[in-house]
Design a protein around this ligand. Structure first.
Ligand code: 7PJ
Length: 259
């Protein structure tokens, strides 16, 4: 899964057309590099990022969905808002990636009547404050229980299990130790919930913590994390660097299959 941010801070001059142009060429690059799913996000959820209005989010995301709907790759939209979910699904999006795990009271209803895929992610707290004092008694058990509960809620709402993948939510209300423990136990988490895992560690602070590198030098560390995640239950790897990750996964997959 390739990350396509359409937040103004992702593009140097910030203009609407420049942002749309930049997003389309970035998507074309990712397709040429072998991406399987394009994840479009119009809300920055970095720790401490300010919230955006629903109008702003729609004005960022909708033109990109329309421009890419016939690109031949499934489109995922990273959103927490039921209104945005409904609009992008009507426009042809294939997957909704909700960092809140569809906890908004209208979000399951927003996706129920389509046949879209869902990514249910765990987050403790809210993006603006989630890194202030994350706390768990047993992070693996608590994230697992949350994901099981949200999957059950989706099923009660009439959503087939086959549509759902789960995500431990690396970096979302978690310390370095929490993130590392979740990665170490990701296989068990996957088995406890019984659904495919989506893992997003690309360039995150966990990689920075382990390598001592700033965000623009985290490619090699991110590839290490991607391989470890893939070997431990992840079936979708959410990344910035598509070409390099595809190569790394090809090598691992060929070795695995040759056995
Ligand atoms: C994730 C995400 C993630 C899913 C972001 C960043 C922060 N969606 N959206 N999983 N992270 N499902 O990319 O650094 O880990 S935004």
């Amino acid at each position: 899964m390739g990350i396509l941010n359409v937040t103004p801070d992702s593009f140097s001059d910030g203009g609407q057309f420049a942002a749309l142009d930049g997003a389309i060429s970035h998507a074309e690059r990712m397709i040429a590099d072998g991406v399987d799913i394009i994840d479009i996000g119009g809300e920055s959820t970095r720790p401490g990022a300010p919230p955006v209005s629903v109008e702003q989010e729609l004005s960022r995301v909708m033109p990109v969905v329309y421009a890419l709907r016939d690109c031949g790759k499934p489109l995922s939209v990273d959103t927490r808002r039921p209104l945005v979910m409904r609009e992008v699904l009507m426009a042809g999006a294939d997957m909704i990636n909700d960092i809140e795990g569809f906890r908004h009271p209208d979000s399951l209803a927003a996706v129920r009547d389509s046949d879209c895929a869902l990514c249910i992610m765990h987050m403790q707290g809210e993006p603006q404050s989630m890194q202030q004092a994350p706390h768990y008694d047993d992070v693996v058990a608590e994230v697992g229980a949350f994901l099981r509960e949200r999957v059950a809620a989706a099923e009660r709402a009439g959503i087939a299990r086959q549509r759902i993948c789960i995500d431990p939510g690396y970096g979302f209300g978690k310390t370095f130790d929490h993130n590392l423990k979740l990665l170490a136990w990701q296989s068990e988490l996957q088995q406890a919930v019984g659904l495919p895992v989506l893992a997003g560690l690309s360039r995150k602070s966990t990689i920075g913590h382990l390598t001592g590198k700033p965000v623009e030098q985290r490619l090699a560390g991110s590839l290490g994390a991607a391989l470890f995640a893939a070997m431990n239950g992840a079936r979708i790897i959410r990344v910035h660097d598509v070409a390099e990750t595809v190569d790394a996964l090809k090598v691992w997959e060929a070795a695995r299959r040759a056995r």
